[in-house]
Design a binder for this molecule. Structure first.
Ligand SMILES: Nc1ncnc2c1ncn2[C@@H]1O[C@H](COP(=O)(O)OP(=O)(O)OP(=O)(O)O)[C@@H](O)[C@H]1O
Length: 287
Protein backbone atom coordinates (compact mmCIF):
# COMPACT_ATOMS: atom_id res chain seq x y z
CA UNK A 1 0.00 0.00 0.00
CA UNK A 2 1.53 3.28 -1.09
CA UNK A 3 0.73 5.11 2.16
CA UNK A 4 2.89 2.65 4.10
CA UNK A 5 6.35 4.09 4.45
CA UNK A 6 9.24 1.64 4.46
CA UNK A 7 12.96 1.94 4.91
CA UNK A 8 14.78 -1.04 3.41
CA UNK A 9 18.42 -1.57 4.41
CA UNK A 10 18.84 2.19 4.65
CA UNK A 11 22.21 3.76 5.38
CA UNK A 12 23.11 7.43 5.65
CA UNK A 13 26.45 9.12 5.96
CA UNK A 14 27.37 12.70 5.33
CA UNK A 15 30.01 14.02 2.97
CA UNK A 16 30.64 10.91 0.88
CA UNK A 17 33.26 9.32 3.09
CA UNK A 18 31.99 10.36 6.50
CA UNK A 19 31.19 7.75 9.14
CA UNK A 20 27.92 5.90 8.76
CA UNK A 21 25.30 7.56 10.96
CA UNK A 22 22.70 4.93 10.06
CA UNK A 23 23.34 1.52 8.52
CA UNK A 24 21.10 -1.41 7.61
CA UNK A 25 17.94 0.23 8.93
CA UNK A 26 14.66 -1.55 8.16
CA UNK A 27 11.50 0.14 9.35
CA UNK A 28 7.84 0.11 8.35
CA UNK A 29 5.44 2.84 9.41
CA UNK A 30 1.81 1.77 8.98
CA UNK A 31 -1.22 4.11 8.94
CA UNK A 32 -2.81 4.71 12.33
CA UNK A 33 0.32 3.93 14.35
CA UNK A 34 2.40 5.93 16.79
CA UNK A 35 6.15 5.29 16.79
CA UNK A 36 8.70 6.63 19.23
CA UNK A 37 12.41 6.89 18.35
CA UNK A 38 14.93 7.17 21.19
CA UNK A 39 18.71 7.32 21.38
CA UNK A 40 21.58 9.18 22.99
CA UNK A 41 22.69 12.54 21.61
CA UNK A 42 24.12 12.36 18.12
CA UNK A 43 22.99 8.79 17.43
CA UNK A 44 21.07 9.85 14.31
CA UNK A 45 17.50 10.45 15.47
CA UNK A 46 17.07 13.64 13.42
CA UNK A 47 18.78 12.00 10.47
CA UNK A 48 16.27 9.14 10.63
CA UNK A 49 13.31 11.52 10.93
CA UNK A 50 14.44 13.56 7.91
CA UNK A 51 14.64 10.35 5.89
CA UNK A 52 11.13 9.37 7.00
CA UNK A 53 9.85 12.83 6.07
CA UNK A 54 11.56 12.40 2.66
CA UNK A 55 13.50 15.62 3.21
CA UNK A 56 16.75 13.72 2.85
CA UNK A 57 17.71 10.71 0.76
CA UNK A 58 19.61 7.65 1.99
CA UNK A 59 23.22 7.05 0.96
CA UNK A 60 22.29 3.40 0.41
CA UNK A 61 19.13 1.32 0.61
CA UNK A 62 15.61 2.40 -0.36
CA UNK A 63 12.73 4.39 1.01
CA UNK A 64 9.32 3.43 -0.42
CA UNK A 65 5.81 4.82 0.12
CA UNK A 66 4.67 8.40 -0.15
CA UNK A 67 2.19 9.34 2.55
CA UNK A 68 1.31 13.06 2.64
CA UNK A 69 3.81 14.14 5.24
CA UNK A 70 4.25 17.05 7.62
CA UNK A 71 7.36 17.61 9.70
CA UNK A 72 8.27 19.68 12.73
CA UNK A 73 12.04 20.15 12.68
CA UNK A 74 14.19 20.38 15.77
CA UNK A 75 14.97 23.98 14.82
CA UNK A 76 12.21 25.91 13.10
CA UNK A 77 13.33 28.87 10.97
CA UNK A 78 11.65 31.87 12.57
CA UNK A 79 13.11 34.54 10.29
CA UNK A 80 10.51 34.00 7.59
CA UNK A 81 9.09 37.32 6.32
CA UNK A 82 5.48 36.64 7.34
CA UNK A 83 3.15 37.07 10.25
CA UNK A 84 2.22 33.84 12.04
CA UNK A 85 -1.27 33.75 10.49
CA UNK A 86 0.06 34.85 7.09
CA UNK A 87 2.64 32.07 7.06
CA UNK A 88 0.15 29.40 8.09
CA UNK A 89 -2.42 30.59 5.55
CA UNK A 90 0.16 30.44 2.75
CA UNK A 91 1.18 26.95 3.81
CA UNK A 92 -2.46 25.88 3.90
CA UNK A 93 -2.89 26.96 0.28
CA UNK A 94 0.31 25.08 -0.65
CA UNK A 95 -1.35 22.00 0.87
CA UNK A 96 -4.33 22.53 -1.42
CA UNK A 97 -6.75 24.41 0.83
CA UNK A 98 -8.64 27.41 -0.57
CA UNK A 99 -7.43 30.74 0.83
CA UNK A 100 -10.50 31.08 3.04
CA UNK A 101 -10.22 27.53 4.41
CA UNK A 102 -6.49 27.99 4.97
CA UNK A 103 -7.06 31.24 6.90
CA UNK A 104 -9.74 29.56 9.04
CA UNK A 105 -7.55 26.52 9.71
CA UNK A 106 -4.61 28.81 10.59
CA UNK A 107 -6.74 30.78 13.05
CA UNK A 108 -8.18 27.59 14.58
CA UNK A 109 -4.76 26.01 15.17
CA UNK A 110 -3.29 29.20 16.61
CA UNK A 111 -6.29 29.39 18.95
CA UNK A 112 -5.87 25.73 20.00
CA UNK A 113 -2.26 26.34 20.94
CA UNK A 114 -3.03 29.54 22.81
CA UNK A 115 -1.32 31.67 20.16
CA UNK A 116 -4.29 33.62 18.77
CA UNK A 117 -2.93 36.81 20.36
CA UNK A 118 0.14 36.73 18.12
CA UNK A 119 -1.56 35.78 14.87
CA UNK A 120 -0.59 39.18 13.43
CA UNK A 121 2.96 39.22 14.85
CA UNK A 122 5.82 38.91 12.36
CA UNK A 123 7.49 35.50 12.74
CA UNK A 124 10.87 37.12 13.41
CA UNK A 125 9.44 38.82 16.53
CA UNK A 126 7.91 35.69 18.08
CA UNK A 127 9.34 34.22 21.27
CA UNK A 128 10.85 30.71 21.11
CA UNK A 129 7.58 29.31 22.46
CA UNK A 130 5.45 31.34 20.06
CA UNK A 131 7.57 30.26 17.13
CA UNK A 132 7.30 26.62 18.22
CA UNK A 133 3.51 26.91 18.28
CA UNK A 134 3.61 28.06 14.66
CA UNK A 135 5.98 25.17 13.83
CA UNK A 136 3.50 22.70 15.26
CA UNK A 137 0.45 24.40 13.70
CA UNK A 138 2.04 24.31 10.21
CA UNK A 139 2.42 20.55 10.50
CA UNK A 140 -1.09 19.86 11.75
CA UNK A 141 -2.82 22.24 9.38
CA UNK A 142 -3.40 19.88 6.49
CA UNK A 143 -4.26 16.63 8.33
CA UNK A 144 -1.11 14.82 7.17
CA UNK A 145 -1.08 11.04 6.65
CA UNK A 146 2.33 11.00 8.32
CA UNK A 147 3.35 13.47 11.02
CA UNK A 148 7.04 13.55 11.97
CA UNK A 149 7.85 15.39 15.20
CA UNK A 150 11.47 16.10 16.13
CA UNK A 151 11.43 17.35 19.74
CA UNK A 152 8.28 19.29 18.85
CA UNK A 153 7.28 19.74 22.51
CA UNK A 154 10.47 21.63 23.37
CA UNK A 155 9.72 25.29 24.10
CA UNK A 156 5.95 24.84 24.39
CA UNK A 157 4.15 25.83 27.60
CA UNK A 158 2.35 23.12 29.61
CA UNK A 159 -1.06 23.73 28.01
CA UNK A 160 0.33 23.66 24.50
CA UNK A 161 2.27 20.47 25.31
CA UNK A 162 -0.98 18.79 26.38
CA UNK A 163 -2.73 20.12 23.29
CA UNK A 164 -0.04 18.62 21.07
CA UNK A 165 -0.46 15.26 22.80
CA UNK A 166 -4.20 15.46 22.06
CA UNK A 167 -3.53 16.42 18.45
CA UNK A 168 -1.26 13.37 18.09
CA UNK A 169 -4.02 11.12 19.48
CA UNK A 170 -6.49 12.65 17.03
CA UNK A 171 -4.14 12.01 14.10
CA UNK A 172 -3.66 8.34 14.93
CA UNK A 173 -7.38 7.87 15.69
CA UNK A 174 -8.09 9.31 12.23
CA UNK A 175 -5.76 6.73 10.68
CA UNK A 176 -2.66 8.89 10.32
CA UNK A 177 0.80 7.73 11.36
CA UNK A 178 2.93 9.72 13.79
CA UNK A 179 6.65 9.29 14.46
CA UNK A 180 8.27 11.31 17.23
CA UNK A 181 11.46 11.97 19.14
CA UNK A 182 11.31 13.61 22.54
CA UNK A 183 13.81 13.85 25.36
CA UNK A 184 11.09 13.39 28.02
CA UNK A 185 10.48 9.65 28.55
CA UNK A 186 6.99 10.45 29.90
CA UNK A 187 5.93 12.01 26.63
CA UNK A 188 2.88 10.10 25.33
CA UNK A 189 3.77 7.35 27.80
CA UNK A 190 1.94 4.13 27.11
CA UNK A 191 0.63 5.36 23.76
CA UNK A 192 3.29 4.28 21.19
CA UNK A 193 2.61 1.14 19.20
CA UNK A 194 6.36 0.75 18.80
CA UNK A 195 9.46 2.25 20.37
CA UNK A 196 12.89 2.00 18.77
CA UNK A 197 16.29 2.91 20.17
CA UNK A 198 19.12 3.97 17.88
CA UNK A 199 22.33 2.18 18.83
CA UNK A 200 25.47 2.02 16.69
CA UNK A 201 23.59 3.21 13.61
CA UNK A 202 20.90 0.53 13.89
CA UNK A 203 17.37 0.39 15.29
CA UNK A 204 16.55 -1.82 18.24
CA UNK A 205 12.85 -2.42 18.91
CA UNK A 206 12.01 -2.11 22.57
CA UNK A 207 10.50 -5.48 23.28
CA UNK A 208 6.84 -5.47 24.23
CA UNK A 209 6.35 -2.14 22.41
CA UNK A 210 5.02 0.57 24.63
CA UNK A 211 1.30 0.03 24.37
CA UNK A 212 1.26 -2.79 26.86
CA UNK A 213 1.23 -1.08 30.21
CA UNK A 214 3.82 1.65 30.50
CA UNK A 215 2.73 5.11 31.53
CA UNK A 216 -0.40 6.30 33.29
CA UNK A 217 -3.63 4.82 32.02
CA UNK A 218 -7.22 5.97 32.51
CA UNK A 219 -10.04 3.46 32.91
CA UNK A 220 -13.17 4.39 30.99
CA UNK A 221 -16.40 2.42 31.28
CA UNK A 222 -18.84 2.94 28.43
CA UNK A 223 -22.14 1.51 27.31
CA UNK A 224 -23.18 0.96 23.72
CA UNK A 225 -26.01 -0.91 22.05
CA UNK A 226 -25.99 -4.64 22.87
CA UNK A 227 -23.57 -6.38 20.52
CA UNK A 228 -22.16 -3.09 19.19
CA UNK A 229 -18.43 -3.08 18.52
CA UNK A 230 -16.23 -0.14 19.44
CA UNK A 231 -15.96 2.33 16.53
CA UNK A 232 -12.59 1.77 14.77
CA UNK A 233 -11.39 5.32 15.62
CA UNK A 234 -11.92 4.54 19.31
CA UNK A 235 -10.51 1.02 19.11
CA UNK A 236 -7.23 2.43 17.76
CA UNK A 237 -6.80 4.57 20.87
CA UNK A 238 -7.30 2.00 23.62
CA UNK A 239 -4.75 -0.36 25.13
CA UNK A 240 -7.32 -2.89 26.33
CA UNK A 241 -11.05 -3.35 25.83
CA UNK A 242 -13.25 -5.86 27.59
CA UNK A 243 -17.01 -6.32 27.35
CA UNK A 244 -17.85 -6.87 31.00
CA UNK A 245 -21.59 -7.07 30.55
CA UNK A 246 -23.92 -6.92 27.57
CA UNK A 247 -23.14 -3.57 25.91
CA UNK A 248 -20.90 -2.46 28.77
CA UNK A 249 -17.20 -2.11 27.97
CA UNK A 250 -14.24 -1.43 30.23
CA UNK A 251 -11.48 0.36 28.35
CA UNK A 252 -7.98 1.31 29.41
CA UNK A 253 -6.41 4.17 27.51
CA UNK A 254 -3.09 6.01 27.87
CA UNK A 255 -3.90 9.19 29.82
CA UNK A 256 -2.70 11.35 26.92
CA UNK A 257 -5.43 9.84 24.73
CA UNK A 258 -8.39 9.81 27.12
CA UNK A 259 -9.90 13.17 26.03
CA UNK A 260 -9.80 12.18 22.39
CA UNK A 261 -11.30 8.76 23.19
CA UNK A 262 -14.22 10.33 25.06
CA UNK A 263 -14.86 12.82 22.25
CA UNK A 264 -14.73 10.02 19.67
CA UNK A 265 -17.24 7.88 21.56
CA UNK A 266 -19.63 10.77 22.21
CA UNK A 267 -19.47 11.82 18.54
CA UNK A 268 -20.10 8.26 17.26
CA UNK A 269 -23.45 7.51 15.61
CA UNK A 270 -25.23 6.27 17.65
CA UNK A 271 -23.27 7.87 20.52
CA UNK A 272 -21.89 5.77 23.34
CA UNK A 273 -22.84 6.50 26.93
CA UNK A 274 -19.90 7.20 29.24
CA UNK A 275 -20.57 5.46 32.56
CA UNK A 276 -17.39 6.40 34.41
CA UNK A 277 -13.89 7.79 33.97
CA UNK A 278 -11.30 6.92 36.59
CA UNK A 279 -8.25 9.16 37.00
CA UNK A 280 -4.96 7.90 35.55
CA UNK A 281 -3.54 4.87 37.33
CA UNK A 282 0.11 4.44 38.18
CA UNK A 283 2.39 3.23 35.38
CA UNK A 284 2.03 -0.45 34.77
CA UNK A 285 -1.12 -0.75 36.85
CA UNK A 286 -4.26 -1.23 34.83
CA UNK A 287 -6.14 -3.58 37.10
N1 LIG B 1 23.98 17.88 7.65
C1 LIG B 1 24.95 17.22 8.29
N2 LIG B 1 26.23 17.24 7.86
C2 LIG B 1 27.20 16.56 8.50
N3 LIG B 1 27.00 15.81 9.59
C3 LIG B 1 25.77 15.76 10.08
C4 LIG B 1 24.67 16.46 9.46
N4 LIG B 1 23.54 16.20 10.17
C5 LIG B 1 23.91 15.39 11.19
N5 LIG B 1 25.22 15.13 11.13
C6 LIG B 1 25.96 14.26 12.06
O1 LIG B 1 25.29 13.01 12.12
C7 LIG B 1 25.29 12.51 13.45
C8 LIG B 1 23.86 12.29 13.91
O2 LIG B 1 23.21 13.56 13.97
P1 LIG B 1 21.66 13.69 14.31
O3 LIG B 1 21.36 15.14 14.41
O4 LIG B 1 20.89 12.89 13.31
O5 LIG B 1 21.59 12.98 15.73
P2 LIG B 1 20.50 13.13 16.89
O6 LIG B 1 20.42 11.79 17.54
O7 LIG B 1 19.27 13.73 16.35
O8 LIG B 1 21.24 14.16 17.85
P3 LIG B 1 20.61 15.09 19.04
O9 LIG B 1 20.05 14.18 20.06
O10 LIG B 1 21.81 15.83 19.53
O11 LIG B 1 19.58 15.97 18.40
C9 LIG B 1 26.04 13.54 14.29
O12 LIG B 1 27.36 13.12 14.42
C10 LIG B 1 25.95 14.80 13.47
O13 LIG B 1 27.06 15.64 13.70
Amino acid sequence: MHRDLRLNAVGRRYGGRGPWVLRGVDLAIAPGTLTRVEGANGTGKSTLLRLLARLDAPSEGRVTGRPRTAYVPERFPSVLPFTAAGYLTRLGTVHGLSRGSAARAAAAWLERFGAAAYAGTPMARLSKGGSQKVAVAQALLADPELLVLDEAWTGLDAEARDELERAVAERTAAGGAVVFVDHDPRRLAGAPDATYTLVDGGLKARTGGDGTGLGPHTVVVVRGAAGARLPPDAARLVSTAEETDSGRHRLTVPASRSDVLLRTLLAARPPWHVVSVAPPLDPGSRA
